[in-house]
Design a binder for this molecule. Structure first.
Ligand SMILES: C[S@@+](CC[C@H](N)C(=O)[O-])C[C@H]1O[C@@H](n2cnc3c(N)ncnc32)[C@H](O)[C@@H]1O
Length: 257
């Protein structure tokens, strides 16, 4: 926790808004997406999805594959508690919707479905996008797929440890948009990044959640942003966003969202 506070303080000192950005690609992204308004109907649709989960008191058995939770002890959790603590915040949900609206990806991959809150945002941003989403915990995946179907979303949901499902999902495919929100550990995050590299193209985007969650995650983010294939990297504190555009000079941005 201390690491997160320290990182946030550094972030506040170093971060900028659109005025500190000279790259037209990043300037447009910041002004037309990061700082744009979110369509109210889409935001209410997300809130409705979340509200339904917050009413579900049923307790389910959790299989934890990732870095574990700072909020929960034990393996039985109420669905409502998972939605409250592990799901995407409303502010980030709105940004995720806008990012998908802005980039209009054809093929999108998500690591860490949980109850489908972020999956639903990815769908809301562009209902035509093909979504493949990966989740390790069978019980959580069962709730997620029911809820997503109820809200008219039909993603491909692959259940299992990312170690097994990710290579299968990436095989012979390219993705325009990848959202990584599961297993916040250094080695795992770097490994997912390296595996994803063979399935991205010049205009792909990868978003890493919780890059300052721990010192380890901070180090993983540093290694990722320094990779020579990554040209643009943006630290928004909660998310690290990277691009591979060859026409762009390698540059790192720290931006308040
Ligand atoms: C923070 S939650 C995802 C939240 C979701 N993106 C949202 O905003 O609603 C992370 C999820 O990733 C899953 N996960 C973590 N590590 C995993 C692994 N190694 N393999 C498969 N699933 C994993 C967990 O079961 C958990 O449901």
């Amino acid at each position: 926790m201390f690491h997160k506070f320290k990182s946030y303080f550094t972030f506040l000192l170093k971060s900028t808004n659109e005025h500190g950005v000279h790259s037209p690609f990043v300037y447009n992204l910041v002004t037309q997406c990061f700082y744009a308004d979110t369509n109210l109907a889409l935001k209410s649709a997300f809130l409705k999805y979340k509200k339904e989960l917050l009413w579900m008191d049923e307790k389910i058995n959790i299989t934890d594959f990732g870095a574990g939770s700072r909020c929960f002890k034990g393996n039985k959790r109420a669905i409502s508690a998972i939605a409250k603590n592990a799901g995407i915040s409303t502010k980030r949900a709105a940004l995720l919707i806008r990012l998908v609206q802005y980039f209009k990806p054809k093929n999108l991959l998500e690591l860490g479905t949980s109850l489908g809150l972020s999956t639903y945002c990815l769908h809301l941003g562009n209902p035509q996008t093909n979504i493949e989403t990966l989740e390790g915990c069978l019980e959580i995946a069962r709730i997620a797929i029911n809820q997503l179907h109820k809200f008219g979303v039909k993603p491909t949901l692959n259940v299992g440890n990312f170690e097994e499902t990710l290579p299968i999902s990436l095989k012979n495919k390219t993705f325009d948009f990848i959202y990584i929100d599961g297993n916040h550990q250094k080695e795992a995050t770097i490994s997912y990044f390296e595996q994803c590299l063979k399935s991205v193209h010049n205009d792909s985007i990868i978003i890493f959640d919780d890059i300052h969650w721990s010192e380890e995650m901070g180090k993983a983010w540093e290694i990722i942003q320094k990779n020579p294939l990554v040209t643009v990297s943006i630290d928004t504190f909660q998310w690290g966003i990277i691009f591979f555009r060859k026409e762009q000079e390698k540059e790192h941005f720290i931006i308040r969202v």
